[in-house]
Design a binder for this molecule. Structure first.
Ligand SMILES: NC(=O)c1ccc[n+]([C@@H]2O[C@H](COP(=O)([O-])OP(=O)(O)OC[C@H]3O[C@@H](n4cnc5c(N)ncnc54)[C@H](OP(=O)(O)O)[C@@H]3O)[C@@H](O)[C@H]2O)c1
Length: 265
């Protein structure tokens, strides 16, 4: 019997990450689930173990704003004898307060979580994937990566970085059997806006803009299977991404200033 492939999923305690866990478990993957809320991860691991016999669902508590976290996760995977075949770089959040009013530690944490830790985890798993000549990396970007700059938030810039680096890595690694996909959802029904503190404003947005995490993950994983470097799930998001991308700089700036529903003062 061949050993099942293993996926490492960050931010698996909620939303898109937990949905990826269920999606991949149903497809025979073993999982290493990472987030800060261990109780949530353990509940999910128990749920999956009750549904799928003979698979390993490991849990590792990590705060990815801690620079030591990516190495600690990989040390744990090594100690457990888990080769990481799939990396779902998903953990993330958006700040809400204006840049100048936000303590530097908070901003540095966002960069560490969604830029440095994400990039370092990819760097740590790639050598093993190269050796085995097979690997899949999904980096959670956002349709915001195509949008005009959002006033005062790091989020748009961070997700643009993720979109850019994912394509560069895909180009470099495809010859080694490793596909990298930037998954760029739009508004998705998860805990994201509760954490951001924008639930009331988010609830006022038209329903047509929203997707369920199951739809995002199904389309995203399909794109991964097909070796696509970028996936914008859902028709409305696809249209938005195409419409926003070629905006001239001045128009993009104006749109960023006027259209952002979560703009802070
Ligand atoms: N929902 C949307 O509308 C939307 C749209 C576009 C892109 N995205 C992206 O999709 C990804 C997943 O978001 P979501 O919508 O599923 O949000 P969510 O429901 O709030 O889930 C976020 C996940 O990230 C984890 N996380 C946050 N900070 C962490 C930290 N310091 N260390 C470790 N884990 C951390 C959380 O776990 P713990 O709190 O337990 O640590 C949780 O599991 C994010 O990268 C987000 O930017 C979301």
């Amino acid at each position: 019997m061949t050993t099942p492939r293993t996926a490492l999923i960050t931010g698996a305690s909620a939303g898109i990450g937990a949905t990826f866990a269920r999606h991949l478990a149903a497809r025979g993957y073993q999982l290493l689930l990472v987030a800060r809320r261990t109780d949530r991860l353990q509940e999910l691991a128990a749920e999956l173990a009750s549904q799928h016999d003979g698979r390993r669902y490991e849990v590792f508590a990590a705060d990815l704003t801690d620079p030591a976290a990516p190495k600690a996760i990989m040390d744990y995977a090594d100690a457990q004898g888990l080769d990481i075949d799939v990396l779902i770089n998903n953990a993330g959040l958006s700040g809400k307060t204006a840049f100048a009013d936000t303590p530097w530690d908070t901003l540095a944490g966002e960069i560490q979580l969604m830029v440095t830790a994400q990039t370092e985890l990819a760097h740590l798993v790639i050598p093993g994937m190269k050796e085995r000549r097979w690997g899949r990396i999904v980096n959670l970007s956002s349709v915001a990566a195509f949008a005009p700059p959002a006033a005062s938030l790091l989020y748009t810039g961070i997700k643009s970085y993720v979109l850019n680096i994912s394509q560069a890595l895909d180009m470099e690694l495809k010859p080694h059997g490793i596909h990298v996909t930037a998954l760029c959802p739009g508004f998705t029904r998860t805990e994201f806006h509760d954490v951001m503190g924008t639930r009331d404003k988010a609830n006022r947005l038209p329903r047509i803009l929203w997707q369920q995490p199951e739809a995002v993950v199904a389309e995203g994983w399909n794109a991964v299977q097909n070796g696509k470097p970028v996936c914008v799930p859902g028709l409305v998001n696809k249209i938005s991404a195409v419409a926003m991308k070629p905006l001239p700089v001045r128009l993009g700036y104006l749109a960023g200033r006027t259209l952002n529903p979560f703009k802070n003062s």
